[in-house]
Design a protein around this ligand. Structure first.
Ligand code: B12
Length: 303
């Protein structure tokens, strides 16, 4: 267990400015999940700290005790105020501020879908607009993406890992599509909902998407479409993927800026959306139960 990923009850109590016995009461009530070391000592994971703070809104009396666990926390803020600050931060390569602002937003109780739709997307739209109007150099756009990816990776560590036996979701961006953040938004939304989300990232060959979903027994496949390059070919591949998913009763979720709206009816899918929040319609635990017939696994012997 690494020092950065786990805290002892004493360390967390010190950060919150409460006694160890208060903290143990919260553990006993199930408000804080603890794990044990091989030697039987109680440890609290970074994800458990986040879930506790998010649900109880407990103030952090001594944030310096959480250094290395939670990025330096900034004051409470509204997305509208923070977008310009974040645009500056990502373009200047300021990883710390970016991660801190996103963590604060998550700790305030917002969902991953809200984080992407209300904060990360508008920031990156501004970066794109800056590039288009020659205010932001191409290298800054690349750096901005890299800084945002780093912050989003940090966010992933705040979400509890999937439970054993969690349903598997597989997805990515198609072969001609180099975009990393859009497919990551689907990944994080599904992970937060308890899915075992496997993000194959950008430039994913269609046959590999099918192969991964087959061998991992995926109940849901997502495709994130941002690049409009080769759109005709992409849509024809999507049609085949959709038919494949239908045959195998896999839920198909499609989204992204380049997804045509409305989508051709010959591409049947459970979701065709432009917001990360659209995934919630089919991926929430209750919709999984309600649609259980749509979440069958591949038959192992089928081609
Ligand atoms: C970063 C970036 C790049 C980077 C990508 C780096 C990387 N590896 O990821 C680089 C530099 C490579 C790049 C290249 C290009 N880019 Co570019 N790029 C962007 C930028 C600034 C941000 C994209 C991003 O990451 N957004 C953040 C994500 C989280 O937001 P999102 O994509 O909107 O995703 C949301 C929804 O779509 C939805 N969603 C996404 N996936 C899914 C999946 C499901 C299932 C669901 C339900 C929902 C969903 O939820 C997400 C969260 O809200 C955008 C600007 C913009 N307006 O977005 C331009 C932009 C997309 N690029 C643009 C252009 C023109 C280009 C280039 C052609 C430039 C050039 N001349 O070289 C090339 C083309 C590359 C290609 N092969 O297609 C244009 C696109 C115009 C168009 N429609 O064709 C844009 C809009 C910029 C602009 N204003 O002109 N780009």
């Amino acid at each position: 267990m690494s020092q950065r990923d786990y805290l002892s009850p004493r360390q967390l109590a010190a950060a919150l400015g409460v006694s160890e016995s208060s903290l143990k009461r919260w553990v006993d009530k199930g408000l804080i999940q603890v794990t044990r070391t091989a030697g039987g000592h109680r440890r609290i994971s970074r994800a458990a700290v986040y879930q506790f703070l998010r649900t109880t809104k407990t103030p952090i009396a001594n944030p310096e005790f959480l250094a290395g666990v939670i990025p330096a926390l900034t004051a409470k803020f509204e997305p509208a105020q923070s977008v310009p600050a974040l645009v500056d931060a990502v373009c200047q390569g300021d990883r710390q501020t970016t991660a801190a602002v996103l963590s604060r937003y998550y700790l305030d109780g917002h969902t991953m879908a809200e984080l992407f739709d209300r904060l990360i997307r508008p920031v990156m739209q501004e970066v794109g607009h800056g590039w288009q109007t020659n205010r932001i150099a191409v290298y800054q756009e690349h750096r901005a993406t890299s800084v945002m990816l780093h912050a989003a990776t940090e966010l992933r560590r705040m979400v509890p890992p999937p439970a054993p036996g969690a349903p598997v979701a597989v997805g990515g961006a198609p072969p001609a599509d180099p975009y990393l953040l859009p497919t990551m938004s689907a990944d994080l939304v599904l992970t937060e909902l308890g899915w075992n989300a496997v993000n194959l990232g950008a430039l994913t060959p269609w046959n590999e998407l099918v192969e991964a979903s087959r061998s991992l027994g995926a109940a849901l496949v997502w495709v994130s479409l941002t690049s409009s390059a080769n759109l005709g070919e992409t849509l024809s591949e999507l049609r085949q993927l959709a038919q494949h998913c239908e045959r195998h009763r896999i839920t198909l979720a499609l989204g992204g800026q380049a997804l045509p709206s409305p989508l051709d009816a010959s591409i049947p899918c459970a979701v065709a959306g432009h917001d990360a929040a659209d995934i919630l319609r089919v991926a929430m635990p209750q919709s999984r139960t309600a649609n259980s017939g749509r979440f069958g696994r591949f038959d192992q012997d089928e081609s």
